[in-house]
Design a protein around this ligand. Structure first.
Ligand SMILES: Cc1cc2nc3c(=O)[nH]c(=O)nc-3n(C[C@H](O)[C@H](O)[C@H](O)COP(=O)(O)O)c2cc1C
Length: 513
């Protein structure tokens, strides 16, 4: 099977590393006249407007972020659906600038380029006919691509994964190469996982607060899902599925006839530049049949084998009684990436709460049993009251920090974060590193998608937890090998995957980098 030949995965990963040299020798520039549209638009289909008023959900955000709901029977209605979509991928803020207007969304996204599209496969729901729909974020509505119940196609494509087979609603997330590659070139394939992940962090938290079970599914027959959506898979590909809710009966079989739709869409820009390395990576991580999907899911989880820590500083997180009461809606609506941090400390209780609530486990088919994780968290602590400045490893199982090196590493944090001020000024920079060798070995190239996706989800939770505590956060990019060297020998053999900085917000300024 192509997926298990990890040479393609390694080739892509190595070719898209950032180093001081690669950044300085890259002649890429932003062609503003050719900037892609941040929305997919089907101009000929009628819009089904979604209700903009929702019932307020009382559960505190910090509980929703950490929780997984397992209600026996749960079917979302149209209002729930609107709430799920709005708080995951809806437009929450608009800002004018010299080049026009930026529509910021509920979840953070590299470069505010919003390359992730959401589609729905729905059974008959209260106030919604069964169908396959596209979510039009710009107009806040749905467009029906196919009439009828198509969940069976996804059940088959996922080799009858049980949460898919019993879900009244399945969200399908796709990623569009050019929309993000316009700025980030071939590194965009990593961004697919990051930017899909932050959306999923919101979607999972909102689902939990509405008491709907939800799970991330990374294993499916790519070609079948792409065919259902009728996307041009040279340009847009299905990346993850999220079944939401639960019904006792398994979904009806897929319809025999899945004819192409041939629907018109508005071109993203005048012309598109192709970065074949990403399509090669996608093909190499694709699963051709339900048998391959079932096999992929069965691979044992990546076992943790860390030596017992010589010294551990136990987290001191807030308990449920003491967390702020703010709901997940309130937190999502006030979230926005911090553009500047004040060089002031956060408390150890705040850091502990953010880590604790974000790392309890992600419900995903590639992270079984629940609680399995691909990414290890390494910290540069610049300013945390009650914790010495220096670098740390977060021992997730033992819920504590292992000190690695003591000292002031602000300037190194800035340097590792692509020479940006954000990680230098932040209180804590949290680096995600993963043992890619083991992940490729067990999960093949598809594991690469999964490791980026998990990072995006946990990173998205770090954002939400920080904002729930009225702190700031920003995702960041990084110099790959320098990060690993900095945390070595502890991190030897791992690879850098993701970075989030946390701290206190300074007055906003400037546009996204
Ligand atoms: C994975 C990730 C990496 C990011 N990297 C950077 C970065 O290197 N520098 C930066 O200033 N902002 C970075 N951002 C922040 C985005 O620019 C920001 O999310 C986007 O402009 C949307 O704005 P919002 O988060 O305020 O809604 C990153 C965001 C994510 C999710």
């Amino acid at each position: 099977m192509v997926n298990l030949d990890s040479r393609a995965g390694w080739t892509y990963h190595k070719a898209t590393k950032h180093s001081h040299l690669s950044v300085r020798t890259n002649r890429h520039f932003l062609d503003w006249a050719n900037q892609p549209l941040p929305f997919k638009i089907y101009p000929k289909l009628e819009l089904i407007p979604l209700p903009r008023k929702f019932r307020e959900v009382a559960a505190p955000a910090l509980r929703a972020i950490a929780e997984v709901r397992r209600r026996e029977s749960a079917v979302p209605d149209l209002q729930n659906l609107s709430q799920l979509l709005y708080l995951s991928a809806g437009i929450t803020r608009r800002r004018a600038w010299s080049g026009g207007e930026i529509y910021f969304r509920a979840a953070a996204c590299t470069g505010a380029l919003y390359e992730i599209e959401l589609y729905l496969a729905a059974a008959a729901l209260p106030d919604l006919e069964p169908g396959l729909y596209h979510f039009a974020a710009d107009e806040f509505g749905l467009r029906k691509l196919r009439a009828g119940d198509f969940r069976g196609v996804l059940a088959e494509a996922s080799a009858h994964e049980s949460s898919i087979a019993h879900a009244p609603l399945i969200v399908i997330c796709t990623a569009t190469y050019w929309r993000n590659a316009w700025k980030y070139q071939a590194r965009t394939y990593r961004h697919f996982g990051w930017d899909n992940g932050t959306i999923l962090a919101n979607l999972l938290a909102v689902s939990a607060s509405l008491e709907f079970p939800a799970k991330v599914i990374g294993g499916f027959v790519d070609a079948e899902v792409n065919r259902l959506l009728d996307v041009d898979s040279e340009r847009e590909v299905a990346f993850s599925l999220v079944p939401i809710g639960q019904v006792p009966d398994a979904t009806p079989a897929a319809p025999e006839d899945l004819s192409p739709l041939g629907l018109e869409t508005v071109p993203l820009s005048r012309n598109e530049v192709d970065y074949p390395a990403m399509r090669t990576m996608h093909a190499a991580s694709s699963l051709p049949s339900p048998k391959d999907v079932a096999g992929w899911r069965e691979f044992a989880s990546v076992a943790r084998s860390k030596e017992p820590a010589p010294e551990l500083i136990a987290l001191q997180p807030l308990g449920d009684k003491d967390i702020p009461a703010d709901s997940i809606e309130q937190v999502i609506l006030r979230r926005g990436s911090t553009r500047r941090f004040r060089r002031e400390p956060i408390s150890f209780v705040e850091l502990s709460t953010i880590l604790d609530r974000s790392t309890g486990g992600v419900a995903a088919d590639f992270l079984e049993p629940f609680g399995t994780t691909f990414n290890d968290l390494y910290l540069i602590v610049n300013a945390v009251e009650g914790l010495a400045s220096g670098s740390y490893f977060f021992n997730r199982e033992r819920r504590g920090l292992e000190p690695l090196k003591a000292g002031d590493f602000r300037s190194q944090a800035g340097d590792l974060g692509l020479e940006q001020e954000l990680p230098a000024d932040s209180s804590v920079a949290i680096f995600f590193l993963a043992d890619l060798e083991r992940i490729f070995e067990r999960f093949g190239n598809r594991g690469y998608r999964a490791v980026q996706l998990e990072a995006g989800i946990v990173g998205g939770r770090l954002y939400l937890a920080a904002y729930a505590l009225r702190l700031g956060a920003s995702g960041l990019t990084f110099y790959d090998d320098d990060v690993v060297n900095f945390f070595s020998p502890h991190a030897e053999g791992k690879n850098a995957v993701f970075l989030v900085a946390l701290g206190k917000k300074a007055k906003p300024s400037g546009l996204p980098a």
